[in-house]
Design a protein around this ligand. Sequence first.
Ligand SMILES: [Zn+2]
Length: 144
Amino acid sequence: MRLAFIEKLFTNREIGTNVQTTYLRFKGMSYENERYLCDINYVQLWKALARFRCGNTQLEAVLGEWKGVPYVERLCQGYDLGKVEDEEHLLLICPNTQKVRERFCSTLPLTHMSTLVELMQTTNMVTLAKFVACCQYQRTICPP
Ligand SMILES: [Zn+2]
């Protein structure tokens, strides 16, 4: 039963919500415990990364889903980039988090060629959790 559900989730993307598709991008096809669950001992960082990976954010891509806004109209409100404010935008593209990226670029894969999946698969989970928390905090104190 559990295996059948997982197989259905991985093969039928139409049943997925934004949360599921976001999670699947990070998770890939493996079904095992995530390393960050053991690697991160500080509960606030653990929660920040877990929430982010599960799509529990205040990003326009997530809020728009609740409001019924078409995906392409869930734009970053702070900059006239015409880009959807999703997880990749917040961590890798948004000018609002540029200074945070600069602070972490020596310890995380944050080049202009990096992808969100590469970032989430880093072995440096504690630093990744700090980076995610800082980006979300930056968005909070300097909202779009
Ligand atoms: Zn932005």
